[in-house]
Design a protein around this ligand. Structure first.
Ligand SMILES: Nc1nc(=O)c2c([nH]1)NC[C@@H]1CN(c3ccc(C(=O)N[C@@H](CCC(=O)O)C(=O)O)cc3)C=[N+]21
Length: 296
């Protein structure tokens, strides 16, 4: 039976660190780190996530501003809100919940957020900085996965990691972080031939395919570490239930360590979002100081 990587417990540790960073920023700079969350439309799942983010923010002393926009919001209206949030010195982080309704251009929205307020780490400048191995705001889910992995593997160096999925929000940044940790990294996706045998060679499997229970026990090398990024809502006997991209019961018989859904990557994602909010403050402070120094 595999070790369970408890994202709920681990996220509580991260949140404790965030709370002490928040207290320090308040004492030393009189700043209340503040996150603006923008939700366009009324997707019930998105509303739940947004509410969770704001609840956790409050618990660690991070301020939040919630913007609930109509599903028919235009590109221009959203751009105006983001401009205002970019210019607002009381707002340190901006999160626009994805996906956006079809009439909105997601890339344009992401690019319009000030890179130092981009707590999702999705802005092209931050994506590039991550790829170049520089210190930057890193996407929350992959960052959370790395913290979970470090629990199972204090040293990741030389491990073969297979990332299942190539999205901009999880798969690609995940691969970059693993590479930075000196893993040998393979990214597999829907067009990959023989995904199973590639997974079977992996010391670490990151499941971010978006297909429920895709990964079964015979895909996993005995003793391997499996991180499940999937969140698939299903209904069982009229009740909403979350399942991951990994067949948990079967895989946990084979794996050395495994993260559950729920209670795994989800809570870590939220904790890293709040960690990024305090990091965003620090970045904005050092820019300010740089500007002051430049002005003599
Ligand atoms: N700009 C943007 N940034 C995001 O980070 C972002 C986004 N858009 N769009 C949607 C996805 C999804 N996401 C989740 C975060 C936490 C849980 C989470 O905490 N889940 C709980 C369960 C919650 C439940 O029961 O529904 C768990 O796994 O234990 C889930 C999903 C962030 N996302």
């Amino acid at each position: 039976m595999a070790q369970i990587i408890d994202g709920k417990a681990l996220s509580a540790q991260v949140l404790q660190q965030v709370a002490s960073d928040v207290a320090l920023l308040k004492d030393e700079h009189g700043i209340v780190p503040t996150l603006a969350v923008v939700l366009v439309g009324e997707d019930p799942a998105s509303q739940v996530y947004v509410r969770n983010k704001i609840k956790r923010a409050r618990e660690v002393g991070i301020g939040s501003k919630e913007y609930l926009l109509d599903a028919n919001t235009t590109q221009n209206e959203l751009a105006q809100l983001i401009d205002a949030l970019n210019d607002d010195a009381q707002v340190h982080g901006i999160l626009v919940q994805l996906p956006l309704p079809d009439q909105l251009d997601e890339d344009a929205v992401i690019a319009s957020i000030h890179p130092d307020k981009d707590v999702d780490g999705f802005h092209p400048l931050n994506v590039g900085a991550l790829a170049a191995g520089r210190d930057t705001l890193v996407p929350c889910t992959p960052q959370g996965c790395m913290i979970m992995l470090h629990q199972a593997h204090p040293d990741l160096s030389g491990k073969h990691a297979v990332v299942v999925g190539r999205s901009n929000i999880v798969g690609k940044p995940m691969a970059m972080l693993l590479l930075q940790a000196n893993c040998t990294v393979t990214i597999v996706h829907s067009r990959t031939r023989d995904i199973e045998s590639l997974c079977r060679h992996a010391d670490i499997v990151i499941a971010a395919a978006g297909r429920r229970e895709l990964i079964d026990a015979d895909w996993i090398k005995p003793g391997a570490t499996v991180i499940d990024v999937g969140i698939n809502a299903i209904e069982i006997e009229g009740k909403r239930k979350l399942v991951g991209d990994v067949a948990f019961e079967a895989v946990s018989q084979v794996a050395g360590a495994i993260s559950p859904v729920p209670g795994g990557v989800g809570p870590m994602t939220i904790a890293c979002l709040l960690l990024n909010t305090t990091r965003a403050v620090t970045r904005q402070l050092s820019v300010e100081h740089g500007a002051m120094a430049a002005n003599g």
